[in-house]
Design a protein around this ligand. Structure first.
Ligand code: URA
Length: 243
């Protein structure tokens, strides 16, 4: 295995960072300084040191996280709790979230130390489907649902959205459906909305533009009040996994 891969998998840092550490002469292999990141090492018999401490090989790790609303998808933040704050019991060196969910979006988020896994899931050309459940103020006609599926221009100058799948599962007046919307979503819903229409459904997209689902629905006159990612590719958020 390459030395830089071994160090990245051992949570010393991302691949780019560990290459720097190697060049800065912070890494030894069997007691010898090693400055070439591509050096082949034997992960079972060689002794690798970083700043004179032996580096245990952790390998790649993959976590399924049920993100609650209110935390930021980042490694650190000056003001808010981040997803990494939920990983206090594990070694978080090198661990990072795959993609991004908005602060108020819940649901499936992977965390890993595997940059290639991140690339395979997030690189736009890979077209990995992500499915979200939403509640929104407004209504979606069959025509609008079809437009969303075929592709829309969210904002002038932006390319058409790629083909999507949209399923409406409920629509009606807020007064009659509000009990089905989870408690904490009410906080951002102002009073006197009872006579407004709400719609719930699933939307599957294969891109990852900023606030994409909210902006796509907004373009159809729907204001998202609750968003939860329920699957990425074939992986569905485990129903038994608490937020
Ligand atoms: N689309 C959004 O608008 N927000 C998210 O968090 C994810 C997808």
């Amino acid at each position: 295995m390459r030395l830089d891969k071994y160090l990245a998998q051992s949570s010393i840092g991302r691949r780019k960072a560990v290459r720097g550490f190697i060049k800065e002469e912070k890494v030894k292999v069997n007691g010898q300084l090693e400055i070439i990141p591509a050096t082949e090492i034997d992960e079972f018999s060689d002794t690798i040191e970083y700043l004179d401490e032996i580096v245990e090989h952790i390998g790649n790790v993959y976590y399924m996280f049920h993100k609650p609303s209110g935390c930021i998808t980042a490694r650190s933040d000056a003001n808010d709790k981040t997803v990494l704050d939920y990983f206090e019991e594990v070694n978080t060196n090198g661990l990072f979230p795959v993609g991004r969910l908005d602060k108020d979006t819940e649901g499936l988020l992977f965390l890993t130390n595997d940059g290639e896994f991140n690339h395979r899931l997030m690189y736009p050309d890979k077209h990995v489907n992500k499915t979200y459940f939403f509640w929104a103020f407004g209504s979606l006609s069959e025509e609008q649902r079809h437009q969303l599926e075929e592709g829309i221009t969210i904002e002038e100058g932006e390319p058409l959205t790629k083909q999507a799948k949209v399923e409406v599962i409920k629509s009606g007046l807020f007064a009659s459906l509000k009990d089905e919307i989870d408690g904490d979503k009410y906080e951002k819903v102002k009073k006197n909305r009872d006579v407004q229409s709400v719609v719930a459904g699933y939307i599957t997209i294969s891109e990852g533009r900023k606030h994409q689902v909210k902006r796509m629905l907004r373009a159809m006159g729907c204001y998202v009040i609750y968003l939860k990612r329920i699957s990425i590719g074939d992986v569905v958020l485990d129903k038994a996994l608490e937020k």
